[in-house]
Design a protein around this ligand. Structure first.
Ligand SMILES: *Cc1c(COP(=O)(O)O)cnc(C)c1O
Length: 372
């Protein structure tokens, strides 16, 4: 006699999507092999045009990763040593890392506990004569108040680079995130809402001159082969990844709608549980993560119990960036970032997550928090 194994619900399961799309993906990869245009091939150009149309932006520029997109955006804007860029401490390291990578200094300000995004009310007090840009992050797919960000940027003559790694398809008051600031930087890391099957990233901008500089920087700082103008990068989007992304782009709106619906169902199911705060269904939010806050000061134990029940979860992010060794001691304690790092927990979600996984997650969470 064998005991039935507890079904394991991973936080993200790419297998259903891959199974469904496999024939189309294999055919798309096959066409790249036939043409052998692996670097800056036909699919890269077509994907860039399709993304530009989808985002309603003039230029979409494929690069090697979301991190490179941020770095190239900053470089194209002329940001470097001596400059300061204001951003959120409650994000993935690549946000602040990109600022440090170009030689500038990240200046953190605390988050708004209602959105877990950079709090626009705190930005102006952090502006100095060296401030050059703002880098808001649409965390978990939830759009930052871009109206406020742009007002502050215009008032103080600052540039804006939107970190859209988690927000492909999210909209602020109907406008795509990443098309409001000077640059939007996107990631196609496999787990993102639009994920490649490897690394990939993209820059969006309406500015012809900035687009031209970014395109120059992605190929070793050259507009014309062997006429290198500056130290740039080898940061192109692979043709094979572009071919895969072209299969997936038309499905993104449906997947994002599914994510929102799953978030709505979770919120409804968890509404009676006093120990968790559920995320608000803000307009335009695409739920890259569905992240609750476990407010009984027992998040880690709760995560352990969920794991015993076979439910995967993740902590995005356990350490605010200002507390990492390279930035530690340079900033005051940010109360709300610290609070979030202590109590956030992301539950299973995805563009193709099925009812069975949602129900298993709901019954595990409900069972653990209601039964005592
Ligand atoms: C994933 C991510 C990045 C980096 O993207 P890569 O493609 O992995 O380089 C940057 N910022 C945020 C907020 C991210 O989630």
């Amino acid at each position: 006699m064998t005991a039935t194994a507890t079904p394991q619900i991973p936080i993200l399961d790419l297998k259903p999507e891959i199974d469904e799309l496999r024939p189309e993906i294999m055919a798309a990869i096959g066409r790249v092999l036939d043409r052998s245009d692996f670097i800056m091939g036909e699919d890269v150009h077509l994907f860039e045009a399709e993304v530009a149309a989808y985002l309603n932006v003039k230029h979409a520029i494929g690069v090697n990763s979301g991190t490179d997109a941020l770095v190239i955006a900053l470089r194209a804007l002329g940001i470097g040593p001596g400059d300061e860029v204001i951003t959120t401490p409650f994000t993935f390291f690549a946000t602040a890392e990109s600022i440090s990578m170009v030689g500038a200094k990240p200046i953190f300000v605390d988050i708004d506990p209602a959105t877990l995004n950079l709090n626009p009310d705190l930005i102006e007090a952090a502006i100095t004569p060296r401030t050059r840009a703002l880098m808001p992050v649409h965390l978990y797919g939830n759009p930052v108040d871009m109206t406020r960000i742009m007002e502050i940027a215009h008032k103080h003559g600052l540039k804006v680079v939107e970190d859209c790694a988690q927000s492909f398809g999210a909209r602020w008051r109907g406008t795509q995130t990443g098309t409001i600031g000077d640059f939007g930087a996107y990631s196609f890391f496999p787990s993102k809402n639009l994920g490649a099957y490897g690394d990939g990233g993209l820059l969006a901008t309406d500015d012809d001159a900035l687009a031209d500089t970014a395109r120059m920087l992605r190929v070793h700082g050259s507009r014309k082969k062997y006429h290198n103008e500056t130290v740039g990068y080898n940061s192109r989007l692979d043709t094979i990844q572009a071919a895969i992304l072209r299969v997936k782009l038309p499905l993104l709106e449906g997947w994002n709608a599914h994510r929102r619906e799953v978030a709505r169902q979770y919120n409804e199911s968890f509404s009676g549980l006093p120990e968790i705060i559920t995320p608000t269904l803000f307009e335009g939010h695409v739920f890259h993560q569905y992240t609750i806050r476990v407010v009984n000061n027992n998040r880690d134990a709760f995560q352990g119990k969920l794991a015993e029940l076979g439910i995967g979860s993740m902590i995005y992010y356990p350490i605010p960036q200002d507390e990492l060794p390279i930035y530690k001691g340079l900033f005051p304690v940010f109360k709300f970032s610290q609070m979030a790092a202590n109590d956030v927990l992301s539950l299973p979600i995805g563009g193709c997550i099925n009812t069975q996984s949602i129900e298993a997650t709901v019954s595990a969470v409900y069972g653990l928090l209601h039964a005592k």
